[in-house]
Design a protein around this ligand. Structure first.
Ligand SMILES: [Cu+2]
Length: 492
């Protein structure tokens, strides 16, 4: 062993990479590195957790009904959990094993340098078939996040996973479990999208906006209505919790009274979910990864790509179903929490959503979030759409035929988003957190994704403090693909 003390062989690194690929993070021999560093006369870097994600084609059948051509990381869905600690320097080697398709991995909600953000053509090159890219960035924050492909429809067919950052200072006292919720279809999402954009199904008369319609249209499309809103435009075959269907649900056993921190991630491509745990309130402790003042609710609505941490403590001797119901009521994802003395028993009934619902107004940061002084800039953004052509726009432009939005380092940037459509849009900004404005409240919550309901106007603000080109888009994958996106460009 002493002969190896002053360095780490490439073979050792590769072997350890393989261990990491199984979902384990590790420290690559801190002392060995420090010795090597001292000998070479440079400052040692912090311990470097390493992961390897091998992106490949995988047949997936999570609902046990039909094998679907999926794209996964390391052959599993959801992808392996990345779990690091605040202050780490993370390295993820992404190997694209796909024969004929590029890929690119985006670290959703992470404050990282633009060159590591994983959006092809904006901040990075796509990773070519058989290509490799090593992402490396310092972990400046803590909380619940996720990663997903930013190439085509790979996110819809399985390429995403949880990304958990443990607090540097907080002792880990609670039981901790990721709950990743997704929507699943048997059809090819590309084919569904092409039909929406004017394939064979276009010959049917498009429904008038605001018209209440139910049921399905052929080809995976669906118009649904309720309260004057279109709640979804894609028909799904299943909804999944941690990649599992209702027939074989995800379960978690915990002692009565034990505090369980559920890390909820809406990884759906185009589904809002309402969350409820049978017989228990939910104590919301974090929104989009960051701590908020704990607030107790009975249920909450999650837009695509939003994350909430909720703490629950199970009542004695029981089995309790965790429901994630698609907003349009077309189905639900389920999991079961139970005490060790009781077998998990799933409750397939749709829950009622009465009682206290989480609102943004009920979210307060744990410290003032007011922005430092700086010049102001406001972008007024009209969220628009044309259902007949299936084009989604910001200020009338559909990305990529859209102008970049200029911002300058140090500015206080305000985004006023006005939704003129009948659908909800979860708007996501890369590389920054914004404050969701509610009057003069200095504790406005910080988020990376904010829901803009039909006919609603939402204002957020952030400090331009992370130079580069940053994607800003609706996290409905089909709306993104159909143009609801812009690039924030830092100008000199
Ligand atoms: Cu949208």
């Amino acid at each position: 062993m002493t002969t190896r003390r002053h360095g780490i062989s490439r073979r050792t690194l590769l072997r350890r990479g393989a261990v990491a690929a199984a979902g384990l993070s590790f420290d690559i021999g801190r002392r060995g590195l420090a010795h090597a560093a001292a000998a070479a006369g440079y400052v040692p870097r912090p311990p470097l957790p390493q992961y390897v994600l091998r992106i490949g084609a995988t047949a997936l059948d999570p609902d046990g009904k039909q094998a679907v051509k999926g794209v996964t990381a390391n052959g599993v869905f959801p992808g392996p959990e990345i779990r690091v600690r605040q202050g780490d320097l993370l390295q993820v080697r992404v190997e694209n094993l796909l024969e004929d398709e590029p890929t690119s991995i985006h670290w959703h909600g992470l404050l990282l340098p633009a060159a590591m953000d994983g959006v092809p053509e904006i901040s990075n090159f796509p990773i070519a078939p058989k290509g490799v890219f090593v992402y490396e960035f310092p972990i400046r924050q803590s909380g619940t996040y996720w990663y997903h492909s930013h190439w085509g429809f790979q996110e819809q067919v399985g390429l995403g996973g949880p990304f958990v950052i443990e607090e540097a200072d907080a002792p880990k006292t609670e039981r901790d479990a990721v709950v990743m919720i997704s929507d699943w279809m048997h059809a090819s999402p590309k084919a569904v999208y092409d039909k929406l954009r004017g394939g064979p199904a276009k010959k049917e008369a498009p429904p008038m906006k605001g018209m209440k319609m139910g049921g399905s249209m052929p080809g995976g499309m669906k118009m649904s209505g309720g309260g004057g809103a279109d709640l979804s435009d894609i028909k799904y075959d299943a909804f999944l919790m941690n990649g599992r269907s209702m027939a074989d649900p995800w379960t978690l056993s915990a002692n009565a009274g034990e505090r369980i921190r559920l890390r909820l991630i809406n990884a759906g491509a185009s589904t809002y979910f309402r969350i409820r745990l049978d017989g228990h309130p939910l104590q919301v402790t974090h929104a989009d990864g960051l701590a908020v003042q704990p607030v107790e609710v009975d249920h909450l609505l999650m837009g695509m790509a939003e994350c909430y941490d909720v703490v629950v403590a199970l009542k004695a001797g029981g089995s309790y179903t965790l429901h994630a119901v698609a907003q349009d009521g077309s189905g639900q994802a389920l999991g079961v929490l139970h005490t060790p003395d009781v077998a998990p028993k799933v409750n397939l009934e749709m829950p009622r959503f009465d009682g206290r619902e989480l609102t943004y107004a009920a979210l307060s940061a744990t410290a003032p979030t007011t922005l430092p002084e700086g010049p102001d800039r406001t972008h007024r953004l009209v969220l628009g759409g044309d259902m007949a052509r299936y084009v989604w726009t910001i200020n009338g432009q559909a990305y990529p035929k859209a102008d970049p939005l200029p911002i300058r380092l140090g500015e206080r940037v305000r985004l006023e988003m006005r939704n003129t459509t009948m659908m909800w849009h979860p708007m996501h900004l890369h590389g920054h957190f914004f404050r969701v404005l509610q009057g003069a409240n200095e504790l406005c919550p910080l988020k990376h994704t904010v829901n803009v309901a039909p006919s609603q106007t939402v204002t957020v603000e952030f400090t331009a403090d992370n130079p580069g080109n940053w994607f800003f888009h609706c996290h409905n994958l089909y709306h993104l693909e159909a143009g609801m996106a812009r690039v924030f460009h830092y100008v000199a």
